[in-house]
Design a binder for this molecule. Structure first.
Ligand code: GLY
Length: 422
């Protein structure tokens, strides 16, 4: 097949890398890609959000399957555009991508179908939102309704903090259109896990559980990031819990979307909180996780490209993607200063030496070639990913590889997966 991957981060490098593993040989393209992706795919200088440009490219190049990495093009409707032109594409339609694109949509559909018991109310008036917060007290959660680039959720410990979050959204409009409406939710308490499935709108196939670390500093402290590392398997998610999450949340959501005329196709990523009353949904994402994809895909056997095509064509029941019983660890090496301001263009050394460590692949997240040198070109720069027979030995080999990589200001967390080993 001729396959186009849309995006430019570590997740897209892992997707392109896994698609290149076969068993069939494919011709791969990636828009826009990065320096690492260029080793397995032809990079095309088209922005991931240039929906019309990507569709034209897919037509001109007779692309058989397009796989979309980030959420923005999905929320913008890339799947609808491709389908209207008869092009196969893996991902949800614009209507279905509302599961990530609108927190109000998600809360309402889960309530309508009896999937969630969470208390929530939506507001576009700051005074009414403030009155509701005062009536409920804290802790309480304030979410910008739309896609606020990972910055729209406040878990407020006090009423004042919640009122500030409402003001930022509805009065100061700090999140633009994404914050024109807020949803105020009860604050659920418990450990968090995430579960991802591939679905064709009816059948679904669960991917191996993985867990990420979103905060910048060790001990899960400091500001949120896109993800500083992750691991698989997740000892806290045993088979019974995994089945409970799929059967009580994910499968009913897929059914609800179909029942409402918006069948969900693609990867559905559920952020789940394990409350005393059972699993509850924190949020849905309409795409593969980053960096979870980097540890999950190496565990999959079978024909990945065929499975994604089948999912996009409503034939998921025809395919199987068995997983290997092995472990994966990903440590993200970031630019100094990330997730705040950081410099780009720092020469990177040691990637080849890192990949000499057994079981290690270095996925590129933010890299570019400048004057013939591999340089930093983003906040998250490299996703150093190890695989092995168990978590402990995989962790050791992954950090051995990380230590071989150097660039000015390089930063990484030293405690990835540690909580899985206590
Ligand atoms: N790792 C978090 C995310 O992909 O949203």
């Amino acid at each position: 097949m001729r396959i186009l991957v849309v995006g430019s981060g570590g997740r897209e490098h892992a997707l392109a890398w896994r698609l290149a593993q076969g068993p069939e040989e494919h011709r791969l393209f990636c828009a826009p890609g990065n320096a690492g992706i260029a080793q397995v795919a032809e990079c095309v200088p088209l922005d991931a959000e240039d929906v019309a440009g990507l569709a034209r490219f897919a037509e001109q190049q007779a692309i058989d399957l397009t796989v979309v990495g980030p959420e923005r093009p999905l929320i913008l409707g890339i799947v609808d555009e491709f389908r209207a032109r008869g092009l196969a594409i893996f991902g949800p339609t614009k209507a279905a991508a509302q599961l990530e694109g609108s927190k109000v949509f998600t809360d309402e559909i889960l309530r309508r179908h009896g999937i969630s018991r969470k208390r929530f109310e939506a507001f576009d008036d700051a005074g009414e939102a403030a009155a509701y917060v005062r009536s409920q007290g804290a802790p309480i959660v304030v979410k910008a309704d739309g896609d606020a680039l990972g910055k729209g959720v406040t878990v407020a410990a006090t009423v004042d903090e919640a009122l500030r979050a409402i003001d930022e959204c509805l009065v100061q409009k700090l999140h633009g259109r994404a914050g024109e409406r807020v949803v105020i939710e009860e604050c659920l308490v418990g450990p968090e896990v995430s579960v991802k499935v591939i679905t064709d709108g009816e059948d679904l196939m669960a991917l191996p559980p993985s867990q990420d670390h979103k905060r910048i500093f060790d001990g899960d402290t400091g500001p949120n990031t896109g993800g500083m590392g992750c691991y698989t398997p997740v000892p806290a998610v045993d088979e019974a819990l995994f089945t409970a999450i799929i059967d009580s949340l994910v499968r009913p959501t897929v059914r609800a979307m179909a029942a409402e005329g918006m069948p969900y196709t693609g990867c559905l990523y559920a952020g789940v909180i394990l409350t005393a009353d059972g699993p509850e949904l924190l949020e849905y994402n309409c795409r593969f996780g980053d960096p979870e994809t980097q540890v999950v895909l190496p565990r999959l056997d079978g024909d990945f490209a065929a499975a994604l095509l089948a999912a996009s064509e409503g034939r998921l029941a025809d395919v199987d993607l068995p997983w290997r019983e092995e472990a994966g660890v990903c440590v993200v090496v970031a630019s100094g200063g990330y997730p705040g301001p950081y410099e780009k263009g720092k020469p990177i050394r040691g990637v080849e030496a890192a990949e000499e460590v057994e079981g290690v692949t270095v996925f590129h997240a933010g890299t570019a070639i400048r004057d013939g040198l591999l340089c930093t070109n983003g906040g998250r720069v490299l996703a150093v990913t190890g695989r092995g027979p168990d978590l402990r030995s995989t962790l050791t080999r992954t950090y051995e590889a990380v230590e071989r990589i150097t660039f000015e200001g390089a930063y990484y967390r030293r405690d990835i997966a540690h909580r899985a080993l206590v």
